[in-house]
Every structure is written in structure tokens, then in C-alpha cells.
Write a protein that binds this ligand. Structure first.
Ligand SMILES: Cc1cc2nc3c(=O)[nH]c(=O)nc-3n(C[C@H](O)[C@H](O)[C@H](O)COP(=O)(O)OP(=O)(O)OC[C@H]3O[C@@H](n4cnc5c(N)ncnc54)[C@H](O)[C@@H]3O)c2cc1C
Length: 402
């Protein structure tokens, strides 16, 4: 059997490009295919990452455009802050990050086809069909990776059913900025299971957005209303508006079939509460890389429908689930808990958190990506029931098996 490449990666977003680099530097032949003409555009990200992301991916210092120490958390009428001495999160230039990762992959020997929309994949034969300049081309590769984002064609080809939230974001310029080292997060009943974020990006520029169960039109109305009534600055100017999708993790979906596996947003590998996909995606690159290298070195790689290959890719799914499923299910429970609360309940919750000095606990144990540590601490100290209105006791007991 003749193959054009060892690995064809559909999607040169951050996760596809990071994986292409890892495989190309081990001398495997890799091809990145993306429908975009210019990688990274349009911006579809708030660009906030936990600084621990740097343990998995080295990025040039100049891609970090701000560092934040903590967050102000707001309900309709209450707020409190959580912070640590050191910077907790990094704000990155997301467009430049995508371009950096793409160029790094190409620099390591990966081929690429831009302005090339993949329209079909044959996961059994390893065929990838894409359209470019109204011509259709087909390449054949031993492994196909779907890193093609929330509306993944490869995930569909595998037979997955997927859901997502809409997300909208404004780039906002502010006069007389007072503070650039805290993010603001707004928890409102009509936005759950999502929230509104205000991220200080650089100079006097903020990224202000939300994800929620609403469509884009309604989200823009919510953001306009927020800026008018709740934003802490009066003099501001909306420079640009963006939109995107946040996939919802579904543990019934398969992460592989025949010669194909999926990763990143294509596999809905995002944190349910924040919608963040970069940390989990970069960590999964290492798991996928090992699985793909095992597959390429196995005898089964030349046979279609090989059991050896399926066992290797089964382990990719198993390793992913072992590493992340517990955290994901904790975060779904946090979401479920928040969805039981009205704006009044949230005010009560925030008052109780302050009374019981939970701000200190949150500052100590809180982590935007690994929230189960904090949740476990709340459960251990019996705080879940004592900070939430008694009226929800039964529901909460059911969610948390108390
Ligand atoms: C508004 C918003 C704010 C966000 N903020 C944050 C944040 O602050 N922190 C964080 O960690 N995460 C955030 N996320 C999530 C984060 O952006 C994603 O998790 C991340 O982009 C996933 O990377 P990826 O490479 O898997 O997919 P993507 O970035 O979606 O890349 C997929 C690539 O595949 C290409 N593609 C798709 N279909 C095809 C096709 N048929 N043929 C060829 N190419 C194709 C696309 O053009 C794209 O380049 C946010 C998301 C949104 C929508």
C-alpha cells in the first residue's frame, strides 16, 4: 500500500500544529491541512491560560501580553476577589500563538496545505479529500488526525454526535484604565451554564465576552446591556466583535476509528466550566503523539482494519479518560450546581462565601483548570450545603451524593 504521508492532520489550529511539530521532529512525514488562508485569524479566544500550560508547551515570552494575579467574582449584587501573591494566569496573543505553533511545525519539516477545505475522509483507507482553488485533491496517509475544531468533519466521519455553546467576544478600548492585573467574571442566572468574562489584554484593551445557551444575536444584546449597565468603566469603545463555538464534552463519543483519531476541540476536549481548551489540548498532544508513534511503528499500520491499530488507539482514549474524565465530571457537577441557583441565590452564596472566609480557601486551592482540588476541599469541610441556600439541599445532595 502506498501512502503520501505518515500522518495527515486536518486543522492547523494550536492543537493540530503542536502535534504536527511533535511528530515532524521525530522524523515522521506530516501534512497539516487547513481551510484558512491566514492561520490564527479571525481571533476566537479570550487568550487566558493557566501559567502551568507552559509546562507542556514552550512559547516565546513576547506572546505573553499580560499576567494576572487573580479575579473579581461577581453575582448581580455581590462581589469578592481571589488572588495569590504571584501571577496566576497569562494572557496571550492568541493569533500570534497559532502562527508561532504553525511555523514551528513547518520549520520542523511538516508540509502544509492552506486555503484547503477538507470535504471528506475515509478513515479505513486513510484518504483525505480537500478542495483548493476549486480543485479537488486526495492524499493518503497512514494516520489521519482530526484537529479541526468544534464542528469537526473527522469527528462526524467517526460517527460522533456533538453539541456546543455559542461564544461571543468584543475587543473593547477603555479610557483611564485603573487596573490591568485582575480578570472580572460575572455569574448571572440567565447566562448559566456560562458566564461573562472581562480580560485585561494589553495597554487599555479588554477582551469582553461570554458563552451561554443563547444564539449570537442574543449574546450581543447581553454584552451590549452588560457594557451599558455593569461594566466598571463608563468611557469605552467597542473596536471589534468576534464569535466562536465551545464544544460540550460527551463521554459517549469515540476518539478514534480505523486510521483516524481526534483531538482538541474536535474531540470536545475542553473544560466544561470555563470553556478553555488550550491546557487540556496541549496535554493531550503528548498522549496522542505516543499513540500515533506506537501505531506507526506497529505491524498493523499497513493493514486496513487492523486489530493492533485499534488496540493502540483504544489506549489513546483510555489514557485521555484516565487523565481528564474525573476533572471533567467534577466540572459538570459544578455547572449543574450553579444552574440550580437564581440571582438571589447567587447573592446569598457570595455573602456566605465571604462570611466563611472562603475567599481565602479559593485563593489557596482555586485553579482555573483543575477545579476538582477546590471542590474536594469544599466537600471535605462540609461547605457545599452551608454556603448554598437550604432550599436546594435535596438537589445538591443528589448532585454531590451527600
Ligand atoms: C470566544 C472564545 C474564547 C475562548 N477563550 C479561551 C481561553 O481564554 N482559554 C482557553 O484555553 N481556551 C479558550 N477558548 C477555547 C479555545 O479557543 C479552543 O479550545 C482552541 O482553539 C482549540 O484548538 P484546536 O486546535 O483544537 O481547534 P481550533 O482552534 O478550532 O482549530 C481548528 C482548525 O481547523 C480548521 N478546520 C476546521 N474544519 C476544517 C476543514 N473541514 N478543513 C480544513 N481545516 C479545517 C480551522 O480553520 C482551524 O484552523 C475560547 C473559545 C472561544 C470560542
Amino acid at each position: 500500500m502506498n501512502f503520501d504521508y505518515d500522518v495527515a492532520i486536518v486543522g492547523a489550529g494550536p492543537i493540530g500544529s503542536a502535534l504536527a511539530y511533535e511528530l515532524a521532529k521525530e522524523d515522521f512525514s506530516v501534512c497539516l491541512i487547513d481551510k484558512k488562508k491566514v492561520i490564527g485569524l479571525p481571533l476566537q479566544c479570550a487568550g487566558i491560560i493557566n501559567k502551568s500550560v507552559l509546562d507542556n508547551i514552550q512559547i516565546p515570552e513576547d506572546l505573553i501580553i499580560n499576567k494576572v494575579k487573580g479575579a473579581y467574582l461577581h453575582s448581580k449584587n455581590q462581589s469578592f476577589s481571589v488572588s495569590k501573591e504571584d501571577d496566576q494566569a497569562l494572557i496571550i496573543d492568541r493569533v500570534a500563538l497559532d502562527q508561532y505553533l504553525y511555523n514551528r511545525a513547518i520549520g520542523s519539516g511538516a508540509d502544509s496545505h492552506l486555503s484547503s477545505k477538507v470535504v471528506n475522509v475515509d478513515t479505513l483507507e486513510g484518504k483525505v479529500v480537500f478542495q483548493t482553488d476549486s480543485k479537488e485533491k486526495t492524499i493518503k496517509s497512514k494516520v489521519i488526525v482530526g484537529a479541526d475544531g468544534p464542528l469537526s468533519l473527522v469527528s462526524s466521519a467517526i460517527g460522533n454526535d456533538f453539541k456546543y455553546y455559542c461564544a461571543s467576544q468584543y475587543l473593547v478600548e477603555v479610557d483611564n484604565v485603573r487596573e490591568m492585573s485582575f480578570v472580572d467574571l460575572y455569574a448571572y442566572e440567565d447566562i448559566f451554564p456560562g458566564f461573562i468574562w472581562v480580560i485585561p489584554a494589553y495597554k487599555n484593551i479588554f477582551r469582553i465576552g461570554l458563552f451561554s445557551g443563547h444564539d449570537y444575536k442574543m449574546q450581543n444584546e447581553i454584552l451590549d446591556d452588560f457594557l451599558k449597565n455593569d461594566f466598571k468603566y463608563d468611557d469605552y469603545n467597542v473596536i471589534e466583535k468576534y464569535r466562536g463555538k465551545i464544544p460540550i464534552y460527551n463521554n459517549e463519543n469515540k476518539l478514534f476509528e480505523h486510521r483516524a483519531l481526534i483531538i482538541g476541540d474536535a474531540a470536545a476536549q475542553v473544560k466544561p466550566t470555563t470553556g478553555g481548551g488550550l491546557q487540556i489540548g496541549f496535554k493531550t498532544v503528548q498522549i496522542a503523539k505516543n499513540a500515533i508513534i506506537n501505531a506507526l511503528n506497529s505491524k498493523g499500520i499497513l493493514e486496513n482494519d487492523s486489530k493492533i491499530l485499534q488496540d493502540i488507539f483504544k489506549n489513546y482514549q483510555k489514557d485521555f479518560e484516565e487523565k481528564f474524565l474525573k476533572e471533567i465530571s467534577y466540572q459538570f457537577k459544578v455547572q449543574k450546581t450553579l444552574c440550580t441557583l437564581s440571582d438571589d441565590d447567587l447573592d446569598y452564596f457570595f455573602i456566605k462565601l465571604k462570611e466563611k472566609q472562603c475567599d481565602e480557601l479559593i485563593s489557596e486551592y482555586g485553579d482555573i483548570d483543575d477545579q476538582s482540588v477546590l471542590v474536594k476541599e469544599f466537600l471535605k469541610r462540609g461547605l457545599v450545603l452551608s454556603v448554598l441556600p437550604a432550599i436546594h439541599k435535596k438537589e445538591l445532595a443528589k448532585i454531590w451524593l451527600l
